[in-house]
Design a protein around this ligand. Structure first.
Ligand SMILES: [Zn+2]
Ligand SMILES: [Zn+2]
Length: 183
């Protein structure tokens, strides 16, 4: 769905869209497993800059919800990640950045971005919002043991016969010290 500034100037729109898996490219590491639902309101707000210059900002308020399957950062098993996010965004025309500080801040709360040409694609907005909402690393459970760095076996499922890594010598030294105090 494309938000065209000239059309929105005439009339603001309420939107409700559904995107099935793969309709939006989130990259190979994130597998969208249910439809992404998004709804909200789009409108144009004018910022007066000086006496003559009017900047047309696109304001988007809405929410999105979907679910992804990601890989555990330690053992690579799939982990389900539900994403729900509300957003309040303000897009200025690209190039209006020059006098940024002089522009009145229309929405103190809003995140500010930029649009090129006639407006902005909802899909692009949603991709960005999803990326912001999903943690960079997920783990399947707090005590995930991960994969053995030597043989690659999933240590949650089985213990391999590789040697147990040697203790960090700094800790060993501290332990020795404490043992001496204890006696
Ligand atoms: Zn794991
Ligand atoms: Zn191993």
């Amino acid at each position: 769905m494309f938000f065209n500034v000239r059309e929105l100037e005439i009339q603001a729109v309420d939107f409700a869209e559904e995107f099935p898996p793969n309709a939006i490219d989130f990259g190979a590491d994130m597998r969208q497993i249910i439809a992404l639902e998004s709804s909200g309101h789009a409108e144009v707000v004018e910022e007066h800059h000086g006496k003559h210059k009017i900047i047309k900002d696109l304001r988007l308020r809405g929410r999105l919800a979907t679910s992804f399957e990601l890989n555990c950062a330690r053992c690579l098993d799939p982990v389900r990640q539900d994403v729900e996010r509300e957003f309040e965004l303000l897009y200025r025309p690209q190039g209006s950045d020059a006098g940024r500080d002089e522009l009145s801040v229309t929405d103190a709360e809003a995140e500010i971005g930029y649009y090129q040409g006639d407006g902005i694609l909802l899909e692009d907005v949603l991709r960005e919002q999803v990326v912001l909402a999903v943690p960079v690393k997920v783990i399947c459970r707090q005590d995930c043991k991960g994969l053995c760095p030597h043989c690659g076996k999933n240590l949650n499922l089985e213990q391999c016969s590789c040697a147990v890594p040697l203790e960090d010598p700094r800790w060993a030294a501290l332990k020795e010290l404490r043992a001496r105090f204890d006696h």
